[in-house]
Design a protein around this ligand. Structure first.
Ligand code: GCW
Length: 694
């Protein structure tokens, strides 16, 4: 029967796998087997069904065992497939993974669910065929799990081909067009499908002249890429320039209220969907860091987003409209302008005006993907708008994939952060449209309905042999996908899963060592770079390595305001920029008061004297001295631990990690010395530990 591209993938995967491990495969759509071999050791039954087999009680969370242990399961009894007529309807991406009498089975609501169920079974490994009977319903918490690629067709003289890319050039663009040989793109699509990513955007949100043409002359190339992603359940998106009607269409304006502009976009969308019928839609960076946008015409961002939304709506398309809008030509003397406030100030008044197929895509923090910053209040401030949170897998501010920095714990904190009034809904609840709260009731402003936007991240892959430059940075890609599937997942367990899948059959010391290197690596990175949430202190432009005052007097709006008396940004309502007022209770008050503000965000919210005592008991200056030095000691131990597993992992991989660790140690040492010395020279406060200072 016509299984569709994803169904075909499932069958092909199973054929390949049964070839590897033996056993047989039964696949049926609504009960009709399309393939059934002799019963053997590793049998798998896959069924696409509209309803779950008697799963007593359903769960809207992923990964939870179905509720009623006594529920009678109509499972694949002796060779038969589970029948499909029982309790809960299964969504297109949901599946039940079960085992019975040494047989593994997956029942899914659609082909994508079947694909995800199959890969869940692969993750289970031998356990999937263990004696006994049980089953688990699994479904993604976020219906949109998207990777944005910042790939350029052209190679930028400073940025290289992939903006903020640390893994070589683009996987798909080469020499001004899409590569002829797309073998690795096929492998990448398979990889993403295996962890449930279901959308990719192909090109940088900063859309250059050549890249703008992907929407017109480049469409055949886009279709070739879409053909590779489709079989793995992934829809393709493009970043587009708001000025496209002028750049590509020769119109004198890009004004969203101009009928010619509207017509141009409608026709552009017609052409796109005629070429790629399941195309996803557009990602837009407008009025942001020099990209064109609606402000030039006196229009706001709802006008801008709805212009594109109406063009793509007839085709079922979605517009991801980024909220990263701020003044990047600021005067550092002007302390009343606060970059952290900007997105809220622009977007909060527009809530309720966006069309249903607009998703406002908000960076997780109000500044820019720092190692530590507060959660953006914008995410909770648009109850009548679909909101997606944007994370950054590529390590722009977290060590350029030269430093080990496992970001799962950071994203987990962000996604679980209870942002709305009275801590009612977490970031994950908001972006996935879940009501939140222990009893599922919505707190805070009245909402007509709960809207899902999704979980998006900037990808970290490139044409590097290890995909991500640093081989261990692959864990970040994996963790993003697994946390987008289930934001409640424990990030260290996710890491453990990645280790098991990436280093199967390795000596147990490899697992222990990787945990030793990675579990706490984000906090270690934080501890040798900018302290207590103040951010930046990076080399301007590249954003790699220390430059404490690098951005201090620049127009970018990212300051630490250190002087001989103190450090930090006063964002309080009482005496500062008023940013704390963008939060609902309790955060507006928790952050307002230096006594209740969490240490790790103190300098994000407050300007304090160097000898201000943290909640931890130590002073700000002494904290900076101690933690920078301790963190470098930790990196040294990491280097030694990795040396111990030489010979237990692939030599090429071991060498690559060793080389990167050497650079991490060099760079961390530089950070330590620059930051400690800066604090001493600026404040005059001695370091009680007596460690060297320059
Ligand atoms: O983090 C900043 C980067 C820019 C990037 C921008 C954005 C794509 O420094 O390189 O541009 O954010 O997210 O739009």
């Amino acid at each position: 029967p016509d299984a569709g591209p994803v169904g075909d993938t499932v069958v092909a995967e199973l054929r390949r796998a049964t070839g590897l491990f033996g056993g047989s495969l039964t696949v049926s759509t609504a009960g009709a087997p399309v393939e059934a071999d002799a019963v053997a050791e590793h049998d798998v039954t896959l069924v696409v069904a509209v309803r779950a087999p008697h799963v007593g009680g359903t769960s809207t969370r992923s990964g939870q065992p179905t509720a009623d242990p006594n529920a009678h399961l109509v499972g694949p009894a002796s060779g038969g497939a589970p029948d499909g007529d029982a309790s809960a309807p299964l969504g297109e991406e949901s599946f039940v993974l079960g085992r019975r009498d040494g047989r593994a089975w997956v029942v899914a609501g659609g082909h994508r669910g079947l694909l995800y169920g199959l890969h869940a079974l692969v993750r289970e490994g031998e356990r999937a065929w263990a004696p006994g009977t049980d089953h688990v319903l699994d479904l993604p918490v976020s219906s949109l799990r998207m990777l944005d690629h910042w790939d350029n067709v052209d190679v930028h003289p400073v940025m290289g081909q992939v903006e903020r890319g640390y893994a070589g050039g683009s996987l798909w663009f080469e020499a001004g067009r899409v590569r002829d040989d797309l073998t690795r793109v096929g492998a990448y699509a398979r990889l993403l499908g295996s962890v449930g990513v279901n959308a990719v955007s192909l090109n940088n949100v900063n859309v250059g002249r050549t890249e703008a043409r992907l929407l017109t002359d480049g469409l055949a190339d886009v279709a070739r890429l879409a053909d590779l992603f489709r079989p793995h359940g992934i829809r393709t998106f493009l970043s587009v320039s708001f000025a496209a009607p002028m750049r590509l269409g020769g119109l004198p304006t890009a004004d969203p209220l101009d009928p010619d502009v509207q017509r141009w976009w409608a026709e552009a969308a017609e052409r796109v969907w005629a070429t790629v019928p399941d195309f996803g839609g557009f990602v837009v960076k407008a009025d942001s860091e020099g990209q064109p946008g609606p402000f030039a015409y006196g229009r706001d961002h709802a006008d801008g987003a709805n212009l594109l939304a109406r063009a793509v709506a007839p085709h079922g398309g979605t517009v991801f409209w980024r909220a990263f809008v701020y003044n990047h030509t600021q005067d550092w003397r002007d302390r009343s302008t606060d970059r952290a406030r900007a997105a809220y100030d622009h977007f909060h008044p527009l809530d309720g005006r966006f069309d249903d197929n607009v998703v406002v895509q908000v960076k997780h923090g109000p500044i820019d993907f720092q190692t530590r910053e507060a959660v953006s209040p914008v995410i909770g401030a648009l109850p009548r708008t679909r909101v997606a949170v944007e994370l950054q897998v590529t390590q722009e501010y977290t060590g350029h994939q030269k430093h080990v920095c496992y970001l799962g714990p950071w994203w987990s904190e962000i996604l679980r952060f209870p942002l709305t009034e009275d801590a009612g809904r977490t970031v994950a609840d908001i972006v996935t449209g879940l009501p939140g709260g222990p009893d599922g009731t919505v707190h805070g402003p009245e909402v007509a309905d709960l809207r899902a936007g999704g979980i998006v991240a900037v990808s970290n892959v490139g044409d590097d042999a290890f995909w991500t430059g640093h081989p261990l940075a692959q864990a970040n890609l994996y963790a993003f996908a697994r946390l987008a599937w289930n934001p409640e997942a424990d990030p260290v367990e996710v890491l453990d899963e990645w280790i098991g899948l990436t280093f199967p059959d390795a000596d147990p010391r490899v697992r222990t060592t990787l945990h030793r290197l990675m579990d706490g690596s984000w906090r270690t990175y934080e501890a040798y770079t900018a302290p207590l949430g103040v951010g930046f202190m990076v080399t301007p432009g590249s954003h790699y390595g220390p430059s404490v005052d690098g951005y201090e007097y620049s127009p970018w709006g990212t300051y630490h305001f250190a002087d001989r008396d103190g450090i930090g940004v006063d964002r309080t309502r009482a005496t500062g920029t008023g940013y704390t007022g963008q939060y609902e209770a309790p955060w507006r008050d928790v952050y307002e008061d230096a006594a209740t503000c969490p240490d790790e965000l103190l300098l994000f919210f407050h300007h304090v004297p160097w000898e201000h005592r943290l909640r931890s008991g130590t002073t700000v200056a002494q904290h900076v001295y101690d933690s920078r030095a301790d963190a470098v000691d930790e990196v040294e131990r990491t280097v030694a631990a990795w040396a111990e597993v030489a010979g237990l992992v692939d030599d090429g991989l071991h060498a690559r990690v060793t080389e990167r660790l050497a650079e991490q140690l060099r760079s961390a040492t530089e950070w330590r010395d620059q930051v400690r010395t800066y604090v001493f020279r600026t404040s005059g406060v001695p370091d009680a530990s007596g460690r060297p200072i320059y």
